[in-house]
Design a protein around this ligand. Sequence first.
Ligand code: AN0
Ligand code: CP
Length: 333
Amino acid sequence: MKQFTSIHDVPDPQRLLATALRCKQNPHSFAQLGQHKTLVLLFFNPSLRTRLSTEKAGLNLGMQVMTLNAGEGWKLEFEDEVIMNGDKAEHIREAAAVISQYADVIGIRTFPSLTEREKDYQDFVLNRFIEFAAVPVISLESAIRHPLQSLADWMTIEEHKKSLRPRVVLSWAPHPRALPQAVANSFVEWMQYADVDLVVTHPAGYELAPAFSDGVTVEYDQRKAFAGADFVYTKNWSSYTRYGQILHQDPSWMITPEKMALTNEACFMHCLPVRRNVVVADAVLDSPASLTLTQADNRAHAAQAVLLHLLAGKEHQSVEQEIHQLVEMGTNH
Ligand code: AN0
Ligand code: CP
């Protein structure tokens, strides 16, 4: 694996999932693999889970980890042929090249503008960074995807499914702020590779981008969607069609015990952070059906699996073989 920005970068998603599940069983496998390797994490936006879980993943592999709140540093210019006499002190060309000299792997978190749809959906910031970086890049959530979250979510579903092909419902829920579509986009994208029946439910106007939603079942009646669900994955996102807007905050879309009662005793999932009693009622979030803390735990194992496959790379065929053994034959190193 050369980079990790979406499931399309993953040569064998099932194998990555298996590695992540094995990392959970033994987080200290390959504790030497990252020795003398440096992981630099850049956050243009706040984070609790992604920051700490990815740092932990790197440390478990013996890496040195450095994290920069990039939003607090020099303001970066991403456009070419600009006369830089405004508030941007440094160009991405220099910044990405310099950071690459200090890093063996770079992680980047960046949110969308939610105003410039075309640019956001080109994943402009992430791709400009990759263009000028000399080392592999991991997305720590980009403008349009959150692949580390999706891998952790897939692990969580695998661990808790009660049937071979569970019904998974992705439900929109209200939120007072305009949020990215990234988590929902990525979840839908990854669930195509999982053995699940996926249904997306949201009010009219919250349709996801066609690149993500084409071929995906949409049920506009949330209650109908919940019938027989084994997993209810909840997330707010702002409108794609009326880009970045909050069309309404209909409180009747909040996840309540009464709605969960329509399901097949479904597990509740959310990537966190979550607004209590806006997105989901306390009684659901605090119930044994809630897997939110397991999802957060799995973030570290997912990140460790991604780092393992990136570090193994082409020049480390022997490590690839060891991962293969670890996963396929259940060897504990
Ligand atoms: C962010 C989002 O919706 O993308 C991060 C979630 C992982 N959520 C908030 O900013 C609340
Ligand atoms: N789920 C998630 O990515 O959380 P953070 O925004 O805290 O990293």
